[in-house]
Design a protein around this ligand. Structure first.
Ligand code: ADP
Length: 218
């Protein structure tokens, strides 16, 4: 049930705003907090509950009912002091699931140490992802673990017209083709009988270095 619980989003910069709006779009109730009235006024009506308050003030958090929330996201980034203070107050309030945005490795380390359960590095992660997209044939890239990725790409020419079961892809490149989308059709799971064609889009999974190598094949 925790997944459907309301979420507190603190700090409505670019990251916090798009996060809050996406949560609302997906049907999650959101309490959004920012200390800049201009921001909260601009978003009023688009978010379930929105408040102008300083999140480093424990009394303000209590008055807004923050202690009743299961989950909170500290989306304050550039003001590192405010991010750390706010996170430590949420820890003190024993919020069960605290997410915090970090702008550097050191910042992230501090956030974890003071009790953030998840630390995200949106700028760093997006930079890494875009590097993958601009440097090869990848159409999309998602790192799902330290050394495991999912990649959206097109079939290398040597693998067009060969049933995947006979392609030796897993042995040769360590990758698995998970799904295939022919032009103007939907994605379907790939099977041993699937034959790739030019114009298909494929989803490939495997160790990061392996999928990178595969996506560089002509
Ligand atoms: P982004 O890079 O996503 O735009 P920023 O770190 O620049 O993120 O924005 C953070 C937001 O957090 C800003 O809108 C700012 O007004 C807000 N903020 C900063 N400190 C506090 C605080 N103590 N209490 C509430 N909101 C804060």
């Amino acid at each position: 049930m925790a997944e459907h619980n309301p979420v507190v989003v603190i700090g409505l910069g670019r990251f916090g705003t798009s996060l809050a709006l996406e949560l609302v779009r997906r049907g999650t109730e959101v309490l959004a907090i920012d200390h800049r009235p201009k921001i909260t006024q601009a978003l009023a009506g688009q978010i379930t509950q929105i408040a102008t308050a300083d999140a480093t003030d424990m009394e303000a958090l209590r008055q807004l009912g923050v202690p009743d929330f299961y989950r909170a996201v500290v989306a304050v980034g550039s003001d590192i002091e405010a991010s750390i203070l706010t996170t430590s107050l949420l820890t003190e309030l024993e919020i069960n699931d605290i997410w915090a945005k970090a702008v550097s490795t050191q910042h992230g380390r501090i956030l974890s140490r003071i009790g953030a359960h998840h630390v995200v590095f949106p700028e760093h992660d997006m930079g890494e992802r875009v590097a993958h997209l601009v440097s090869g044939r990848m159409l999309d890239y998602m790192q799902v673990d330290d050394n495991f990725a999912l990649v959206k790409t097109t079939p290398p020419k040597d693998y067009v017209g060969v049933p995947l079961g006979r392609s030796n892809l897993r042995r040769k490149y360590g990758v698995t083709i998970v799904a295939v989308k022919p032009p103007d059709e939907e994605f379907t799971y790939a099977t041993a009988d699937t034959e790739l064609s030019y114009g298909d889009v494929i989803i490939v999974s495997g160790r990061t270095t392996d999928v990178e190598r595969f996506a560089e094949l002509p």
